[in-house]
Design a protein around this ligand. Structure first.
Ligand code: SAH
Length: 232
């Protein structure tokens, strides 16, 4: 039977999910706690990585290699680039890029390293399931590129640059790491974010105010995704 990994970056992003699990067992490994349990009959392993690309890479790898998960769903919050995204709105990534990866001095585009790709696509089937879940709940789901980097962006100029360089609609600090790991290990993955701020001068205030509520919106949707995947 399949085992689904559910990952976040911060405790607030996974707590609403862990709270709903049956047969909960915790295991600490590599300085992370992994929550193994069952949601409506589906085996899951939940963890938050801590913030940023390096920690996210570690946790995604562990969820797959150590815990044997064969699907990975990420739930969390993000800063909006698109003006159409408001606080609490949901966006799913069709692809993820690293906005802070820069060897342009050698003539490469931003976000590119040899043998890599600028934008890594997410699993088409999981995106399709997400759209079905959204339709059944009457929710609007935006789909677009999500840009990842080791920076909390609270600057309109930087956000606009990321938006135009990568055609990105939202930005955060972990998604592209998960994409690199899952594509290398050939594990289908899905990245969902609810908007917590608009990555401009008000970002840190908005983030503090909306982290919990937006994280909960994303977590609730992910749990519905688990139901939908389990019933397939
Ligand atoms: N307040 C936290 C730091 C949060 S960093 C502390 O003091 O510890 C922001 C987190 O939310 C990251 O995990 C990132 O993925 C996401 N995020 C939300 N808005 C963001 C933004 N404007 N820029 C970058 N990441 C953002």
């Amino acid at each position: 039977m399949s085992k689904i990994a559910i990952m976040g970056a911060m405790p607030e992003e996974v707590e609403p999910i862990v709270a709903k699990l049956d047969n909960l067992q915790t295991m600490t490994y590599g300085a992370n706690t992994y929550y193994e349990g069952v949601y409506h009959g589906q085996e899951v392993v939940v963890a938050y990585s801590k913030i940023g690309k390096v920690f996210a890479t570690l946790t995604a790898t562990m969820l797959i290699e150590k815990f044997g998960c064969d699907t990975l769903l990420f739930s969390g919050v993000a800063g909006a680039i698109s003006d159409e995204l408001k606080i609490g709105d949901l966006i799913i990534a069709d692809g993820l890029c690293q906005h802070d990866l820069d060897i342009t001095a050698f003539g490469h585009p931003y976000g590119f390293v040899p043998e890599g790709e600028v934008c890594i696509p997410t699993d088409v089937n999981l995106r399709k399931i997400a759209k079905e879940v959204a339709a059944s709940k009457g929710l609007t789901l935006r789909e677009g590129v999500i840009a990842t980097g080791d920076q909390f962006v609270a600057n309109a100029e930087r956000k606009d640059w990321i938006g135009s360089e990568f055609k990105a609609d939202a930005l955060e600090m972990e998604g592209a790491s998960v994409a690199v790991v899952c594509s290398a290990l050939e594990v289908p993955f899905f990245i969902l974010r609810a908007i917590s701020d608009s990555a401009d001068m008000d970002a840190s205030f908005n983030f503090d105010e909306f982290l919990e509520s937006s994280a909960k919106i994303s977590a609730d949707f992910i749990l519905s995704m688990v139901d939908a995947i389990h019933s397939k």
